[in-house]
Design a binder for this molecule. Structure first.
Ligand code: DOR
Ligand code: ZN
Length: 344
């Protein structure tokens, strides 16, 4: 059994950092490990213009501290009012890498999201022309759709039509959770990829109810049954370059998760790489971790590989039960109080 694991420095292709005081906690948690991250734009006032995104990026860099090597790559939040001019501005900025589609009502701060997908087709046309990737929260929001079926229904009703109509549009199906999504991505046309979170590899929906209701395991798309977890695990370790690391680390304070109507999201950033290493080792595929974490996202986005390395050591530790968060609040990290074998 090897005791150290040397990897090209990884990238996080899907990350929520929030804003304001929270950046003091969220940015260093990621920047200490990842060279680049695709930063999600679902702030309470969403990032819908390139100007807003660049201001937000400056706040992130300020929180990372002087001389940081961390390079946040920004995504624009699509609304029904998005213009093709703004898409062009995004395509012209070296710091903008994508646009994010939240179906209205799908998740945190998605109330400004897209209500009418077909009305947005001219925007997809502009993105395709500019070769600007479309990142998708792939869940149908029709209230009649069972919450566990939302991803599958979204594939059938929305994703297949978009991917077949815009054949040159790069698409990332974010945080896939089902065998349906894995099958879709594997057999889709070129230019379709997916991110995979640590929680969807390590857990299934039983973990939401293990001995009681577990709000810190609640994220969206919600954890699925174990057969889907198995499909996600196999996709992650498959060596197929369409599947890459995106933590979806999504911080919410302890009090906002442990309440009557708790927020969705797992704050996985403090242990992200050790979590994936744990999962890959359990699955007997540690040698596949580096491509998944450090190569495939870069290839998809057309970035150079990071040129430095980091090493993980086999040194068992426990993820802290809680951490300080913004405005005097605390936060419970994903995997709190549980053991992990690898650390930086
Ligand atoms: O669990 C989630 N949390 N899923 C998302 O899609 C959004 C995220 C958040 O921003 O809190
Ligand atoms: Zn997300």
């Amino acid at each position: 059994m090897s005791e150290t694991l040397e990897l090209t420095v990884p990238d996080d292709a899907h990350l929520h950092l929030r804003d304001g005081d929270a950046l003091r906690i969220t940015v260093p948690a990621t920047a200490k490990v990842f060279a680049r991250a695709v930063v999600m734009p679902n702030l309470s006032s969403p990032v819908t213009t390139v100007a807003d995104a660049l201001d937000y990026r400056a706040r992130i860099l300020a929180a990372a501290g002087p001389g940081t090597a961390f390079d946040p790559r920004m995504a624009l939040y699509l609304t029904d009012a998005m213009s093709s001019d703004e898409i062009q501005r995004a395509a012209d900025s070296p710091h903008m890498v994508a646009c994010k589609l939240y179906p209205q009502g799908a998740t945190t701060n998605s109330e400004f999201g897209v209500a009418d997908l077909e009305a947005l087709y001219p925007v997809f046309e502009a993105m395709q022309a500019a070769h600007l990737p479309l990142l998708i929260h792939g869940e149908a929001t029709d209230p009649d759709v069972d919450v566990f079926d939302r991803e599958k229904v979204f594939i059938e009703r929305s994703l297949e039509p978009i991917s077949e109509r815009f054949l040159e549009l790069p698409i990332v199906f974010e945080h896939v959770t089902t065998s349906d999504a894995v099958e879709f991505v594997k057999s889709a046309r070129a230019g379709v990829a997916a991110t995979i979170t640590p929680q969807h590899i390590l857990m299934n929906r039983n973990d939401l109810f293990a001995g009681g209701l577990r709000p810190h395991h609640y994220c969206l798309p919600v954890l699925k049954r174990s057969s889907h977890q198995l499909a996600i695990q196999q996709a992650a370790i498959s060596g197929n370059s369409r599947f890459f690391l995106g933590t979806d680390s999504a911080p919410h304070s302890k009090s906002s998760k442990e309440r009557d109507c708790g927020c969705a999201g797992c704050f996985s950033a403090p242990a992200a790489l050790p979590l994936y290493a744990e999962a890959f080792e359990q699955l007997g595929a540690l040698e596949r971790l580096e491509d998944f974490a450090s190569r495939f996202a870069a290839e998809f986005y057309g970035w150079p590989l990071n040129d430095s390395t980091l090493s993980l050591s086999r040194k068992p530790w426990k993820v802290p039960e809680r951490l300080d968060y913004a405005e005097g609040e605390q936060i419970v990290p994903y995997w709190a109080g549980r053991p992990l074998n690898w650390q930086l």
